[in-house]
Design a protein around this ligand. Structure first.
Ligand code: ATR
Length: 278
């Protein structure tokens, strides 16, 4: 019998998760199939009820359901509870257990591309955006390599909220875009977690990079397009850049391990997707 896995969200048509998981299933000779289902906000509850009854083994959750799904699950991992968002669900019989692999996936991808960062402990990070994705990334950075995490966001109130949620283990401030621009030389990593680059016609620079330091790493969680306005501008200045493809692959690999207890090949997946789909 072929085990079934799903991605639920809206939109999902652009997602590379089906290509990635089905490739891993084939290469590890697992009889399973992963499919993206368009599920709108109004349809979420019904979709989860159907999944419960269907015998599906697990699913991923993406925008806009990462928070709202929490109330529909039976159990949450410590990390999912802490972040307040779920991107991976394991179906254990009819019990649904929620996890969040986004933050750890982000960090593994970052360390894969910039191994020197894995040795650090006192980094200053600027995060642009304070939505769901920002919480996962801020959480893992505060546990590992960051000593300071500043947040700038269009809606300041949300920046204050995320700054407070970073906890006592790091210093954290909410900044305006203008303040962030002026102090850009203080940060070793700048991460765009907003959705601004998703639509090429709406993409624009949220901060100017004139004050950035030569070694600052610029990261965007978006992988399509391959280079957002931020990453293009950072490249133009000669700064090291990373898009969201590695996060996609590493968070997916962690979900895959939870579902199958097998470790898929993340490194070759990243270059496969980069060469064939971006
Ligand atoms: P996700 O779960 O992917 O993080 P989200 O929770 O909707 O999605 O968050 C989207 C982020 O992109 C927010 O930080 C949002 O800023 P606001 O909090 O002010 O809404 C940011 N964002 C989206 N469109 C933007 C725009 N045109 N300019 C600036 N920020 C924008």
């Amino acid at each position: 019998m072929t085990d079934q896995y799903r991605l639920i969200g809206a939109p999902v048509a652009h997602s590379l998760s089906p290509v990635m998981h089905n490739y891993w299933f084939r290469s590890l000779e697992i009889s399973a199939y992963y499919q993206a289902d368009l599920v709108t906000r109004d349809e979420l509850e019904q979709a989860v009820m159907q999944i419960r009854a269907s015998g599906i083994k697990g699913f991923n959750v993406t925008f806009p359901h990462k928070k709202s799904i929490l109330l529909l699950l039976d159990e949450l991992s410590e990390r999912a509870r802490l972040i307040g968002a779920v991107n991976t669900v394991v179906c254990a019989g009819s019990r649904l257990i929620g996890y969040n692999t986004d933050g750890v996936g982000f960090l593994q991808g970052l360390f894969h591309h910039f191994p020197n960062l894995a040795q650090k402990q006192h980094l200053s990070v600027l995060m642009i955006g304070a939505g769901g994705a920002a919480y996962s990334v801020a959480q893992i950075l505060s546990e590992t390599i960051a000593e300071r995490i500043d947040i700038c966001n269009r809606t300041m109130e949300k920046a204050f909220h995320l700054s407070a949620a970073c906890g006592a283990s790091v210093l954290s401030d909410a900044l305006t875009f203008a303040q962030a621009e002026q102090h850009l030389d203080q940060y070793q990593i700048v991460i765009n977690t907003t959705s601004v680059g998703l639509m090429p016609e709406q993409d624009h620079l949220l901060i100017r990079l004139d004050h950035a330091c030569r070694h600052t790493v610029f990261v965007d969680l978006i992988y399509q397009p391959r280079r957002t306005a931020l990453l293009k501008e950072a490249e133009r200045h000669g700064f090291p850049v990373l898009n969201g493809l590695s996060m996609l692959v590493y968070q997916g690999a962690l979900a895959f391990q939870m579902w199958t207890q097998l470790v898929p090949d993340s490194r070759s997946m990243e270059s496969y997707l980069e060469n064939n789909y971006l």
